[in-house]
Design a protein around this ligand. Structure first.
Ligand code: DOR
Ligand code: ZN
Length: 369
């Protein structure tokens, strides 16, 4: 793999008019596909739009061996509908004692694209995550040496720390020292949610980038409590105050190459969302590109959608941009309330997509090529 941030020149969108957008095919640089019946259902909405996706390893048990990543990749490929071209990029789940040999081997064989750091107990299926960064120094040193990117869930898991401050505290007390210790390490701070994160990434070296989700561009923390407790809007990091959302919108539409698309689409069955201890995660895959397009339109930055969706990510990772193109048409559509599982056995076995019941202005055009 070539790791050069300058592989692709900045591109002018292929076509932009009042009623049609044509862009190079985007990639999703942060995605949860799960396993089993959910996997079989959720690959299609991603693979019909996105050419590649970085697949998160927080399964139960997590992906901690080269073989488990190979097997998982195969299960994903089996779930890709005929006719879709889709490449899953696999990740290793860092634990306190994942050996550097596993990382070396998986990276050298082209199985692991990157490794993911979950601070232990910071989010869904993170119990086996890292309890102290010191425990992974040797692994991270190896990653720096071989050019393997480190993807970070950037929140402290300390329950003494206010949940709305956990990202900013992580940046100051953990990310900053880590980057100082490993200056050549390529790092992505995933799903940023705060003005502090935006500023930190902007002022760091080109070795640090951040992904931004559609939901953090659309909702602030009020959405969680609008007329009642709305678990569909619960994700981690949790949405913050309005001024943070505004900072994220400015960052995403700024044209700065350090910010790019990563949906963090994270499906949880209805029964696990509607619960006294509901899971964190928003399933946005069915309307992700339309959701981003709406934001870019509202910010009068549609001419920058392609860079954010299809260019800055490949540039950061040293990959070519996609040759394929996709198109969106200005055709408002109401997002359905339910996304049915292929093999649902109970009435609770469905997923509620982000924007359920809302109208989005742009629609993906499946017949365009
Ligand atoms: O909201 C989230 N859901 N945030 C994460 O970090 C994990 C994800 C999941 O796996 O459900
Ligand atoms: Zn995630």
């Amino acid at each position: 793999m070539v790791h050069s941030p300058e592989v692709n020149l900045r591109l002018i969108p292929l076509h932009l008019s009042q009623d049609r957008i044509i862009i190079r095919q985007p990639d999703d640089w942060h995605l949860h596909l799960r396993d089993g019946d959910v996997l079989k259902t959720v690959v299609a909405p991603t693979s019909r739009v996105f050419r590649r996706a970085i697949v998160m390893p927080n399964l139960q048990p997590p992906i901690t061996s080269v073989q488990s990543a190979i097997d998982y990749r195969q299960r994903i490929m089996h779930a890709v509908p005929d006719g879709d071209l889709f490449t899953p990029l696999m990740t290793a789940y860092l634990t306190d004692d994942l050996s550097e040999e596993v990382l070396r081997e998986g990276f050298a064989r082209g199985v692991f694209f990157a490794a993911k750091l979950y601070p232990a107990n910071s989010t869904t299926n993170s119990a086996a995550g890292v309890t102290s960064l010191e425990n992974i120094y040797t692994a991270v040193e190896t990653m720096e040496e071989i050019g393997m990117p480190l993807l970070i869930h950037g929140e402290v898991a300390d329950i003494e720390i206010d949940i709305f401050d956990r990202e900013a505290v992580f940046i100051e007390s953990h990310l900053q020292p880590l980057l100082k210790r490993f200056p050549s390490l390529r790092v992505v701070l995933e799903h940023i949610t705060t003005a502090e994160a935006v500023e930190y990434v902007q002022n760091s070296s080109a070795k640090l980038a951040a992904t931004i989700t559609p939901h953090h561009l659309h909702i602030n923390r009020n959405a969680l409590f609008n007329g009642g407790l709305r678990s569909d809007f619960f994700c981690l990091p949790v949405a913050k105050r309005e001024h943070h959302r505004m900072a994220l919108r400015r960052a995403a539409t700024s044209g700065e190459p350090c910010f790019f698309l990563g949906t963090d689409s994270a499906p949880h069955l209805r029964e696990f969302k509607e619960s006294s201890c509901g899971c964190a995660g928003i399933f946005n895959a069915p309307n992700a590109i339309e959701s981003y397009a709406q934001v870019f339109e509202e910010e009068e930055a549609l001419d920058r959608l392609e860079d954010f969706s299809s260019v800055f990510g490949p540039n950061f990772y040293g990959l070519p941009v996609n040759k394929e193109i996709i198109s969106l048409v200005k055709k408002p559509h109401v997002v359905s309330l339910r996304f049915e599982l292929k093999k649902a056995e109970t009435s609770f076995e469905y997923l509620a997509p982000f924007h359920a019941g809302e109208t989005l202005n742009w629609s993906f055009d499946p017949n365009f090529s």
